[in-house]
Design a protein. Structure first.
Length: 432
């Protein structure tokens, strides 16, 4: 108690404490969404982003616009064999381990499949649907492991009934059925029908073929609610998704091979328009999504408050430390070492900072109790992340805020304090 009275008995200590309390509240407000979003966007995606590349296939068939001389590309549904031929030639490349013809929205390339509500008994979960072609190698290309013993990974796309068979991720199966042993069970899907003037709900029944390990469709996906549906495809110009060998880098492959692929991998009606890696598509989606923008804004706000903390608190710390100059000289005159004086100043600042941050967090706790902490909406009850628990969420973010402020304050104190402790005793006492 005497030490606390000595610390807060100084006017500069009170100002420093008030500054730290205000900065604590401001950093809590800025860092809470930043920490949550950063954590979610750094979760494992379930496949190797650096080895997956998408080749965009385009049509070279053109027609003239009616009443115009403009030449525009047109869709052509009769060149499936040519696209299959392109796939075979891609698989012959020495860098390519496996490849497959995707649908228009391959997993991990910024294009999200359609979503629907899926029902089993009274439970309902929102799932994102991604299509795969029968007898393709989609799951092998992405390295997704089958969790259904009777259906190995290499056979996931075999013997599937188009628009009837589905494959679930682990988390989705647990959310709907409570178990991953669900092969052969039925699942009802419901979506809105806009074909008539009146919006109606249409039911579709699917039979679960297998369950695979969790994957995420986008950086902001926290639930892993993915449903893979067997489909005939989306017409022509299906992109080709390939998996590179372990010793190959996607960026090097694209820079070295893209021009060659565009020039040589041409059929009568098809060509390669572009190549993009899953890593680049993933990073692009982070920059373009709402959460990505929130992260950038949060980082800017956090940087702003960190700069204010550095200048505002450093100035108060400098005054606080210089006021200890005479005290340091007296203590050293009575035999105290430089290190003991230095450690005493650091210990006092640490104690003042800890108390001030605790008060700031307690003030923010009152706001959080009434309005809640930052959260990402989720639909999967089987996925429970640390920020879904109020107590864990509050303690972890408070710990981060405390460490940031403590490190800043200790650095701002240590430099002038060490200079004072190293100065001559006579210089320290001359102003007493």
């Amino acid at each position: 108690m005497k030490q606390l009275k000595d610390i807060f008995g100084r006017k500069t200590s009170i100002w420093l404490s008030l500054s730290i309390i205000l900065v604590t509240i401001a950093l809590w407000w800025a860092f809470d969404p930043l920490i949550v979003n950063t954590y979610v966007m750094r979760l494992p995606v379930g496949y190797d982003l650096d080895r997956i590349v998408k080749l965009e296939v385009a049509s070279s068939v053109v027609v003239r616009e009616i009443g115009s001389d403009n030449i525009v590309p047109t869709d052509d549904w009769f060149h499936d064999s040519e696209e299959q031929q392109m796939l075979s030639r891609v698989q012959e490349l020495p860098e390519v381990e496996q490849a497959y013809r995707a649908t228009s929205s391959p997993l991990g390339f910024g294009m999200v499949g359609s979503n629907s509500w899926f029902y089993h008994d009274a439970d309902s979960v929102l799932g994102w649907k991604f299509g795969f072609r029968p007898d393709s190698r989609m799951f092998e290309v992405y390295g997704m492991r089958s969790l259904t013993p009777d259906v190995p990974t290499s056979e996931l796309t075999h013997d599937c009934n188009q628009d009837e068979s589905i494959i679930l991720t682990r988390s989705f199966a647990l959310a709907v059925f409570g178990t991953i042993d669900v092969a052969g069970r039925l699942l009802r899907s419901q979506k809105q029908d806009y074909s008539s003037d009146k919006i109606t709900w249409v039911d579709t029944w699917y039979r679960v073929r297998a369950v695979v390990e969790d994957v995420r469709y986008a950086p902001y996906d926290r639930d892993m609610n993915i449903v893979f549906t067997c489909t005939s495809g989306d017409g022509d110009c299906a992109p080709i998704v390939l998996r590179l060998r372990e010793d190959c880098d996607a960026h090097r492959f694209i820079s070295e091979r893209e021009g060659e692929l565009q020039h040589d991998l041409i059929t009568e009606h098809r060509y390669i328009r572009s190549a993009v890696s899953a890593r680049d598509a993933f990073d692009l989606s982070i920059r373009q999504t709402r959460l990505g923008r929130q992260m950038r804004h949060g980082l800017l706000i956090a940087t702003f408050f960190a700069i204010n903390l550095a200048f505002g608190v450093f100035g108060t710390l400098l005054m606080y430390t210089r006021q200890r100059r005479e005290e340091a000289g007296i203590r050293r005159a009575f035999g105290a070492t430089k290190w003991s004086v230095f450690c005493g100043i650091i210990r006092e600042v640490w104690l003042l900072t800890t108390i001030s941050v605790t008060v700031g967090c307690a003030i923010y706790f009152q706001f959080a109790s009434a309005h809640g902490l930052y959260e990402l909406q989720g639909h999967n009850p089987s996925v429970h992340l640390w920020f879904d628990d109020f107590g864990t969420h509050f303690l972890l973010v408070s710990a981060v805020v405390y460490l940031i402020i403590l490190c800043t304050v200790l650095i701002g104190t240590a430099i002038p304090a060490w200079r004072i402790c190293r100065s001559e005793i006579t210089n320290a006492l001359k102003d007493e």
